[in-house]
Ligand binder design. Structure first.
Ligand code: MV4
Length: 447
């Protein structure tokens, strides 16, 4: 039984994890850098430990500091949240070596999915559709060119150690290939310390759809449906929806069950997200995330399940209390990421928040660590709040979202609120007619 959790994160996700702990009567320890001494999540926690200076390397990514803080405070588990150490297999392993519970999957599963070639191969072997591509690393230009001929152009060269869009190169034709290949390898080596690359057919106008799964130690696994995360810019999601308007309920049930049984076969324990590209009525696996994700609340809204609560319970060795038959999907949910950024240029904006007023009323949820007078330091991710809206259908959800965005006041820093207001009145958004390039094209045209 977990009695005390150290939260190895900051900001809104630290607050979200604290809330799940309170509901479970679990004690909490916050860790913070000197820049976050006055943060909301630090005040809300039962205990707190300063783990270093503002730079993430020296604080939130400082493994000895985080593990020492857990040992000193007598925590029995560490929740990594997202980002920072959440997908580090070596960190997960070290946490377990210190007789602490890592609230996440086993280190081996993190490492397996962290290697994007291995992840592809594993899913393909278990008969999950993957993007047509190579089943191994393309280790020499000669071999890569032969592989490329069998896959066809255009194609993408991706880094095995990459993910989230980093380290990809497009080759439109055989003439482009050698340069793209060498560049991809060189960049992969510099960015990830691993020059292994693989090839995939380039899908030109896909949607990005991901399925949420949860599994326990006893071989039970369930899916919580999908999220459409196509609205992104430079690989940063801005707006997410659940369910996707392109997935039928019969398809969701069948595909979701197949994913859940696949995850159970792998012996995976914890929450996870399987990412797919959707094109021509088909889903193709690209990557798996082995952490809780920023956009998990929209799934919580349409299923009524507290995903972080379940994540903590399964990590503590509990059997899943919900079966697939207990899960139903109600209405529609949208999450708008409120980043402290200029809504036209996306340049991050640090400063002190003033006139803070949070929206409320039917269907509105705000996950944030904001308060009037709080400081937004310049050292970290610019996500400062998530506005999550739920309603019986998508059009009512958009109406509530417009209402909530009008109520929301955050002065002192730039935010994406004005951008979200424009999006709620955009014809393509209203019609749910978009792919992964939509937002980038829209923003470029406005600049
Ligand atoms: C792709 C693709 C098209 N074809 N793979 C970028 C993030 C990483 N998770 C995978 N990514 C992509 N992989 C094939 N074979 C297009 C993207 C992509 C993308 C994917 C999801 C969400 C936003 C994206 C933005 C640009 C490119």
């Amino acid at each position: 039984m977990i009695k005390k959790i150290l939260i190895a994160n900051r900001g809104e996700i630290a607050v979200r994890i604290l809330r799940a702990c309170r509901d479970l009567d679990i004690q909490t320890v916050a860790v913070h850098s000197t820049a976050d001494a006055d943060a909301m999540y630090v005040r809300l926690a039962d205990e707190s430990v300063c783990i270093g200076p503002p730079q993430p390397r020296e604080s939130y990514l400082n493994v000895p500091a985080v593990i020492s803080a857990a040992c000193i405070t007598g925590a029995d588990a560490i929740h990594p949240g997202f980002g920072f150490l959440s997908e580090s297999a070596t960190f997960a392993h070290m946490v377990e070596e210190h007789n602490l519970t890592f609230i996440g999957p086993k280190a081996d599963h993190i490492a397996m999915m962290g290697d994007k070639i291995m992840a592809r191969k594993t899913m393909a072997q278990l008969e999950i559709p993957v993007v047509p591509g190579s089943d191994r690393a393309a280790t020499t230009l000669e071999k890569a060119l032969l592989l490329a001929e069998t896959i066809g152009y255009p194609l993408l060269i991706k880094a095995a150690g990459g993910g989230g869009g980093r380290g990809m190169k497009v080759a439109k034709s055989p003439a482009d290939f050698p340069e793209a290949y060498e560049m991809a390898r060189r960049e992969a080596s510099i960015s990830f310390g691993n020059d292994r690359v693989y090839l995939e057919k380039y899908l030109e106008r896909p949607r990005h759809i991901e399925f949420q799964i949860i599994a326990d130690k006893y071989g039970n696994a369930i899916h919580l449906g999908e999220r459409d995360c196509s609205l992104q810019r430079r690989h940063q999601k801005i707006w997410e929806e659940a369910p996707s308007t392109v997935i039928s309920s019969a398809f969701r049930d069948e595909f979701g069950k197949k994913l859940a049984s696949t995850i159970a076969k792998l012996g995976y324990v914890g929450v996870g997200t399987l990412e797919f590209l959707y094109e021509n009525d088909q889903l193709f696996f690209i990557e798996m995330n082995t952490r809780i994700q920023v956009e998990h609340p929209i799934t919580e809204m349409i299923t009524g399940i507290d995903i972080i609560r379940e994540q903590i319970l399964v990590a503590g060795g509990k059997e899943l209390s919900i079966g697939q038959e207990d899960i139903s999907f109600k209405g529609h949910a949208i999450e708008c990421r409120i980043n402290a950024e200029n809504p036209d240029t996306f340049i991050p904006s640090a400063g002190t928040v003033s006139n803070y007023h949070c929206p409320g009323g039917p269907g509105i949820r705000v996950d944030s660590a904001l308060y009037d007078g709080c400081k937004i330091p310049p050292y970290y991710d610019s996500l400062i709040a998530k506005l999550i809206v739920h309603a019986n259908d998508r059009s009512q959800c958009l109406a509530r979202l417009r209402r909530a965005l009008k109520e929301y006041v955050i002065d002192g820093v730039d935010t994406l609120i004005p951008l979200h207001m424009k999006l709620t009145d955009n014809k393509n958004i209203i019609d749910a007619n978009f792919d992964i390039h939509f937002l980038e094209t829209l923003c470029d045209n406005q600049l």
